[in-house]
Structure formats: structure tokens, C-alpha cells
Design a protein around this ligand. Structure first.
Ligand code: GUN
Ligand code: ZN
Length: 428
């Protein structure tokens, strides 16, 4: 059964530029797998005559927009949002590892996964690349929760067999056996994908990193996720551990962990050789501005990323990050872009911020044309936004003289109240 939604409609073209129909129509229909896909999209005047048979929902004053894509988030860190610390390494030791140790327990994993998916959907995030913990139970809880809700989600068991306390440290050989079993169980099961997940170079032995690289080669359409160059103390530690490596990023390259569908969170302390390596290997950065500001990590250099031209998109990095809301993440990205003391400051266009958290993030994940956009063929994960959601936003939206002004009003003033409905392509 064809369904049509009439409202303002936001999409992006192949160049990542916004396409906006004030009076738009989005037509969706199920594919052979029972998944709703965009069949047609554009102005109501042009599209509606082509679909006289569609069941119509009229949403006056609302904006239809692609579901947001969060390129880096930790579902087991939901409960440690807002834990202050002098920096990354003490934050890991004092809050993160004790919280993650509890995910050996299936009931706890399921309980937090439920809260996590509830928060994602309330905030309009429909796809995420998420860390689980080093426990198999946490991965199963995540994927079972995603499957029940019909979501396109990617995750994996964290690999960390050294420099990690009891309770989260895993065992080299077993960790790789578990990873392969989880790939076979979950990767490409419905809308789910598996990510090989070494936590970060300091927490994995060479044998574990080598094993991760071998699995990445054996299963080339899986994802890889890790962290790199987030914090100065972390970078100095990696230099001590790998004095022979050209850079922190180069450690991952040496283990075969840079390729399409590999995603590294943060990427703050890079040089142009590193940036060229990202570009040439088609490896992506997950830019996590609320986390970087909260933990005092540093400022991602958007200008350098664009100059060299490697793939990147936006991410919350909850629980280092402070919010599930893509609006908060986009605003923080704007602040980080503006910062002009450690790098060139620039003003990122609102539509670009939005694209970096939807279609651009999907492209960086290798999911271009699948999610993050509302062009024909895309899976129909979309949001119904209500720009009248708060009094101030209603005033700003009414006074916007351009699409950029309207998008900026939502980025600066928006949060979960703006997301009236999150519609998922596949009924869970
Ligand atoms: N580096 C290694 N582990 C983590 C983590 O859990 N969060 C962040 N932000 N950085 C990390
Ligand atoms: Zn992270």
C-alpha cells in the first residue's frame, strides 16, 4: 500500500546541497522485504498527480526530514552522560570502565539498551554506529533491541585485552573467536551490521589488533570502529607504545584497519599526512563536538578536513558527549568550527551541518542512498519536525527569510521537542 505525506520536505542532492519543497510530498511503498522505501519525492504539485492511489496524510506546518545518522555512540555509556573529569584517561578509569563492567549481565544490558533506543528515537536518530562493551551479552542485547524496533543499526563487541581493568579486559584469542561468531550471527541480518571494534590502540595487544585486521579482511563489508587522536595525553601514550609508528593513525594502518567502512572517532591531533591517509583509504572520521568540548579534548579542524578531502560526519559520542540530540551536536559542531585560536575559524552553513548528520554521515558509513536522505530508493526512515514546538522557535521560524535561516533556528533552539514523530521504514 502506497502512502503519501504532505508537508514541507527536506532532502539533499548528490553534492550534499539541500533541496527543500515548502509544499512537498513524500510517497513511500513497501519493497519485497516489507521495508518502506521512498518511491517519489518533490513538490506536491509535481508529485501528487503521479500517485492518485496513495493514502494521504496531510501535516500542515510540519517539516519532513531524513532520520539522523549518529556515526559514533556508546550505548553502555547512557548512564554516565555528564560525568566530569580532568580529561579522557581519568574519565575512562573512574566512570567508563566501572559502568561498562556491568554489561556482563544480560538483564542490565537489555535494560540499558531499551533506554538507549528510546532516547535515539525521541531525538530523531534512526541509524547509529555504536560501541557495545567487551561482553558478548551487551552485543546481543543491542542487536535484539534494534531488531525488535526494525532499526538499521551497527555495533560490535569491544576488543580490549590490555591496559584495562578486571571486568572489562578480554582475552586475546577468545575475543577474536567471539567477534567472528557475532559477525556470523548478526552481520547483514535484516537491517543490522557488525563493526569490528578495537577500543583504541593503547587497549589492544599487537596480537589482538592483528586478529582484528585479519577479520576485517575476511569480512570486507563489515565496519571497523575505534578512536584516534582525541586527547594529548592519549597521543603521547601511543607514541610511547609505538615509537616506530609515524603517527597514532598509522598504528591502525599497520594492522590493516583502514579501509572503506572504517570509522575513527575524534581525529583531532592529525597532520596532513594522516588526513591524506584517511582520504586515500576511504576511511572516515566521526566528529564528536559535544564530547570534545565536555572532556576538554580539543577542536576538530573542519577546514583542514575539507582541504584534504576525506570523509567525515557528525556523532554524539554519548557518554563522553553530553546529548542524544542531533540539534545539540550540530550546534556544538558550529561552535567548534568557529573556534579560531588553535586552527582557522570558519562558519559552517546550517545545511552543511544538517547534511553531515544525515546524508553525509550515511555516505561516510558506506550507506549512501540507503539511509540519511529522502531521495527515491532510500529506506523511509524519516522525521516529522514541528518548528512550532517552543514559543521562541515558533517566532524564529516564522521570521526566517531563507532555508538556511530556518535550519539555523532549529539547530540553535531545537531539541527532542522538535521531533514530533520518528517513522521507521520497517515495522519492528
Ligand atoms: N577512547 C577509548 N575509549 C573511549 C571511550 O569510551 N570514549 C571516548 N570518548 N574515547 C575513548
Ligand atoms: Zn567514543
Amino acid at each position: 500500500m502506497k502512502k503519501a505525506y504532505r508537508a514541507s520536505l527536506l532532502r539533499f542532492d548528490d553534492a550534499g546541497l539541500p533541496v527543500f519543497d515548502e509544499d512537498g510530498l513524500l510517497v513511500v511503498a513497501p519493497d519485497s522485504a516489507g521495508r518502506q522505501r521512498v518511491l517519489d519525492a518533490g513538490s506536491h504539485a509535481a508529485v501528487s498527480p503521479r500517485h492518485p492511489d496513495a493514502e494521504l496524510t496531510h501535516l500542515p506546518g510540519r517539516i519532513l526530514a531524513p532520520g539522523f545518522v549518529d556515526m559514533h555512540i556508546h550505548f553502555p555509556q547512557t548512564d554516565i552522560i555528564g560525568s566530569p573529569s580532568p580529561g579522557l584517561l581519568p574519565w575512562l578509569e573512574n566512570y567508563t570502565f566501572p559502568a561498562e563492567a556491568r554489561f556482563a549481565d544480560t538483564a542490565h544490558s537489555n535494560e540499558v539498551a531499551d533506554v538507549f533506543f528510546g532516547e535515539l528515537l525521541r531525538n530523531g536518530v534512526t541509524t547509529a554506529l555504536a560501541f557495545a562493551t567487551s561482553h558478548v551479552a551487551s552485543v546481543d542485547a543491542f542487536f535484539e533491541g534494534a531488531q525488535r524496533r526494525g532499526l538499521r543499526m551497527i555495533s560490535g563487541k569491544v576488543l580490549q585485552d590490555r591496559h584495562s581493568p578486571d571486568g572489562v579486559r578480554d582475552e586475546t584469542e577468545q575475543s577474536l573467536i567471539d567477534t567472528e561468531a557475532l559477525i556470523r550471527k548478526w552481520h547483514n541480518t535484516g537491517r543490522l551490521g557488525y563493526a569490528i571494534t578495537p577500543r583504541f590502540a593503547p587497549a589492544s595487544t599487537d596480537a589482538q589488533m592483528r586478529g582484528a585486521g585479519e577479520l576485517a579482511a575476511k569480512y570486507p563489508d563489515t565496519w571497523i570502529q575505534s578512536h584516534v587522536a582525541e586527547n594529548r595525553d592519549e597521543v603521547a601514550w601511543v607514541r610511547e607504545l609505538y615509537p616506530q609508528a609515524r603517527s597514532y593513525l598509522d598504528v591502525y594502518a599497520g594492522f590493516g584497519l583502514m579501509r572503506e567502512r572504517a570509522v575513527y572517532a575524534h581525529c583531532i591531533y592529525l597532520d596532513d599526512t594522516d588526513r591524506a591517509l584517511l582520504r586515500d583509504t576511504k576511511t572516515a572520521a566521526a566528529v564528536s563536538p559535544t564530547s570534545n568540548l565536555f572532556l576538554g579534548s580539543g577542536f576538530f579542524d573542519f577546514g583542514a578536513a575539507d582541504r584534504v578531502g576525506y570523509p567525515y560526519g557528525l556523532a554524539s559520542d554519548v557518554g563522553g558527549g553530553t546529548s542524544f540530540s542531533p540539534f545539540h551536536t550540530m550546534l556544538a559542531a558550529y561552535y567548534v568550527g568557529r573556534e579560531g585560536q588553535t586552527k582557522a575559524g570558519l562558519s559552517i552553513a546550517p545545511s552543511e551541518l544538517w547534511w553531515r548528520h544525515t546524508g553525509g554521515a550515511a555516505r561516510a558509513l558506506g550507506l549512501d542512498g540507503v539511509v540519511g536522505n529522502l531521495q527515491p530508493g532510500c529506506e523511509a526512515d524519516f522525521l516529522v519536525l514541528n518548528p512550532q514546538a517552543t514559543p521562541l522557535l515558533a517566532r524564529k521560524a516564522a521570521r526566517a527569510n531563507s532555508l538556511e535561516e530556518l535550519l539555523f533556528a532549529m539547530i540553535v533552539l531545537g531539541d527532542d521537542r522538535l521531533v514530533e514523530r520518528t517513522v521507521i521504514s520497517q515495522a519492528g
